[in-house]
Design a protein around this ligand. Structure first.
Ligand code: CMC
Length: 433
């Protein structure tokens, strides 16, 4: 096999620059353009970073054409089938699956740090009753930096680890409290004899006046949903966390920034939007009319839960999600979920329609997740919150990797300026408008 090229040549106005080519273990090569401005006096232009690698990473790999997702090299299907969320957290954060002793120590530490400072619970009453739980999440997670001062020194590896473990442990508690506040029920404290996912369901659905037993099938489904959402390389919210962290901001503030970014309907908010869309369609018979609306660009309607910047094939998470939806509905004895019927019909119609085929639009992770979360008892407003709970470990692992990267510097994109050239101040009396 021929050796791979090590440099690419770029000619600008008679001058030739050699750009080093870097090869990853998987995926396309990259041109290293770090010296481009210094040596060539030009920038690159790539809105939305469609062709730009913003960092080097060893955490997650996606092959969008083949529909492959690997965490530290392990296929998502294997982790979802044989692993659990706690060891997925360990894997993403530390780089390897834990041995028995490492797992025991990690799980014990996470389980025993799930309570939040009691004073934080009073923070909630400052929010309006009808506040969206994602708004509460942004506020309360940001406020963690005001409560846990002893783990905000980003230059101390021990403090970095403590802050990371605190966030993995406390995010479910903060999320469950946001939910309880939203529905007007008392907060439920964490229980140390429950698994990560079971404890979360307990904090969400138990009430002080009666016994609540967590259904193990539903806890396993919740755990799988957490695994599937745990990381997804340099997506918008992760890039936000990295960019915020690149300035040296404390990790709690960085994760709050990630949560804010995740909220948008093109990103984590899509699961909420997908379920709303299925509800609006309401009947499989109305699917053709909806598909026609999506294809009519003047309507500005997207098929939510479809399409992805990286996947140009079936999102592997969507397949597992679809299977999990059947398991959950089966366990709950829901024989016919009209929304599942609409989803299936929508998927069938889209996958055989040239508009979607030509643009390589397939179901993504959010297409079926809403059906499961609704069956579990969550309102749509909580869907993105659950995504944030699961993604916290990914954000934290990526933040740690960035801080520990010796080539790390503050993120500072350039721009192509198309505004007015220099001009002189015009006094009010001489302004025409
Ligand atoms: N429905 C209809 N048309 C679509 C859709 C869709 N869901 N997604 C993309 N297109 C069309 C788009 O109109 C464009 O068509 P044309 O070439 O004629 O202008 C073409 O496909 C390419 O789309 P794009 O917007 O340039 O692609 P992108 O990579 O910038 O967007 C996306 C990716 C995920 C934002 C987009 O597919 C989308 O808006 N999907 C719906 C929202 C969604 O489900 N988001 C969840 C993503 S997975 C979870 C996560 O990562 O948070």
């Amino acid at each position: 096999m021929a050796d791979k090229a090590t440099t690419a040549k770029l000619s600008i106005e008679g001058k030739t620059l050699d750009l080093p080519i870097r090869h990853g273990t998987l995926g396309p090569d990259v041109f290293d353009i770090t010296k481009l401005y210094g040596e060539g006096g030009v920038f690159t232009y790539d809105p939305g970073y469609t062709s730009t690698a913003s960092c080097e990473s060893k955490i997650t790999y996606i092959d969008g054409d083949e529909g492959v997702l690997l965490y530290r090299g392990y296929p998502i299907e294997q982790l979802a089938e044989h692993g659990d969320f706690i060891e997925t957290c360990y894997l993403l954060y530390y780089g390897e699956l834990p041995n028995a002793a490492q797992r025991k120590e990690f799980e014990h530490a996470i389980t025993h740090h799930t309570m939040i400072h009691e004073q934080m619970s009073r923070f909630y009453s400052g929010f309006r009753r009808d506040a969206h739980p994602m708004a509460v999440m942004v506020g309360v997670v940001g406020a963690m930096s005001a409560f846990y001062h002893d783990s905000t020194d980003i230059n101390d590896p021990k403090q970095r680890e403590i802050a990371s473990r605190r966030m993995i442990a406390k995010l479910p508690t903060i999320a469950a409290m946001a939910f309880k506040y939203h529905i007007g029920q008392p907060f439920v404290y964490p229980k140390n004899n429950l698994s990560y996912a079971a404890n979360f369901l307990h904090m969400c659905f138990a009430v002080p006046c009666e016994e609540y037993k967590v259904n193990p099938v539903l806890a396993r489904a919740m755990d799988k949903i957490f695994i599937l959402h745990a990381d997804h390389e340099q997506n918008a919210s992760t890039s936000t966390v990295r960019l915020a962290g690149s300035s040296g901001a404390n990790p709690f503030a960085c994760i709050a920034a990630g949560i804010a970014c995740l909220w948008g309907p093109a990103h984590g908010g899509a699961n909420e939007a997908a379920l709303q869309m299925l509800g609006e369609i309401g009947d499989p018979a109305k699917v053709p009319a909806f598909i026609a609306r999506v294809k009519d660009k003047s309507q500005h309607t997207r098929l939510m839960g479809f399409g992805h910047r990286v996947y140009k094939n079936y999102d592997p998470r969507a397949k597992i999600m679809q299977k999990t939806a059947h398991e959950v509905l089966g366990e709950l004895g829901i024989k016919d979920d009209p929304l599942l019927d609409v989803a299936r019909e929508l998927e069938k119609a889209a996958l055989s329609d040239s508009y979607f085929i030509e643009r390589k639009l397939y179901p993504n992770v959010d297409f079926y997740s809403g059906i499961i979360l609704r069956a579990l008892g969550f309102p749509t407003s909580m869907f993105t919150v659950l995504f944030a709970v699961a993604r916290t470990v990914g954000w934290i692992a990526q933040w740690k990797e960035m801080i520990e990267d010796p080539s790390q510097k503050i993120g500072r994109p350039r721009q192509l300026y198309t505004g007015s050239p220099r001009r002189d101040y015009v006094p009010m009396s001489r302004r025409s408008r």
